[in-house]
Write a protein that binds this ligand. Structure first.
Ligand code: AMP
Length: 272
């Protein structure tokens, strides 16, 4: 794969990269379209990374559909697919713990011990094999994006990290490979996550943070079978939880909840 990218660069063609875990949907295809716009060569990877799962059942049940994904990538004009085996990807992996700068101290971090170390390790490996110029990541996984930007700076990774907006279904539910595991009833209930985030977006900067927090939790009562893991408002750049708005013009509201068999996450940018 590195040779493929090197050849492209020798021909003066830059390489855009979209790492995924497959079961592709419109959100992934949007990342590929953005990579396409910026680069004459685009690579997508599909690898269900065991290191970032802290729940064996979630790993085993994660949807896998390589042949369908391959067809979707062809249709999307993706030039190459990198779908490595774990043994290849992690062959010469040295044990290493990344300094995540405390960015894993909130939100997904406490709920998923080891998750972000696993994410950083796999992205480092994928970059090692693919050697792209730029890599495209979704804001859907906001904390992952923040953390990868931090690590890329800290570790002097040459690859640039590009943020892409969250693609949603018409009713607001953020597209996710895990949505495929929801029953029709659960799929309807899941829209409460986006509804809660829009309550926050409407009230942000006009009401105290604590009041927004209360209103969101009230809104979530509409779906008592959806179990909230966390909701909170955070600094836009560091994702530190906020107690007041201060003089900032941007913030983020983040949510995670269990809907039926699936844990879903979402977030929204709050603008003054
Ligand atoms: P995944 O396959 O879930 O690991 O996601 C691969 C990439 O697609 C990550 O950068 C995600 O943030 C991004 N992604 C997932 N869902 C969406 C979405 N609904 N909109 C935009 N990007 C997404």
């Amino acid at each position: 794969m590195a040779e493929w990218s090197a050849r492209a660069r020798r021909e003066g063609l830059s390489v855009g990269f979209v790492p995924t875990m497959g079961a592709l949907h419109q959100g992934h295809l949007d990342l590929i379209a953005r990579a396409r716009q910026a680069h004459p060569r685009v690579v997508c990877s599909i690898f269900v990374n065991p290191l970032q799962f802290n729940n064996l059942e979630d790993l085993e049940r994660y949807p896998r559909q390589l042949e369908q994904d391959r067809a979707m990538l062809q249709e999307a004009g993706c030039d190459a697919l990198f779908a490595p085996q774990a043994e290849t990807l992690f062959a010469d992996l040295q044990p290493h713990t990344y300094d995540l700068g405390g960015l894993d101290g909130h939100w997904e971090g406490p709920s998923r011990p080891g998750h972000f170390q696993g994410v950083v390790k796999v992205v480092e490996r994928l970059f090692h094999f693919v050697r792209p110029d730029e890599a495209f990541f979704g804001e859907k996984d906001r904390q992952q994006l923040t953390l990868l930007r931090h690590i890329a700076r800290q570790e002097h990774w040459p690859e640039r990290i590009i943020a892409c907006p969250t693609m949603r279904a018409v009713d607001g539910l953020a597209l996710s490979s895990r949505n495929a595991r929801l029953s029709p009833g659960e799929r309807d209930q899941a829209t409460i996550l986006f509804k809660a985030l829009t309550v926050a977006a409407r009230m942000a900067f006009k009401h105290p943070v604590e009041e927004v927090d209360r209103a969101v939790k009230d809104a979530l009562q509409a779906e008592p079978t959806v179990t909230l893991d966390y909701f909170g408002i955070a600094d836009h750049d560091t994702l530190e939880p906020l107690k007041d708005w201060g003089d900032r013009d941007l913030a983020v509201a983040l949510i995670a909840a269990q809907v039926g068999p699936v844990r879903l996450i979402d977030n929204i940018t709050l603008v003054r």
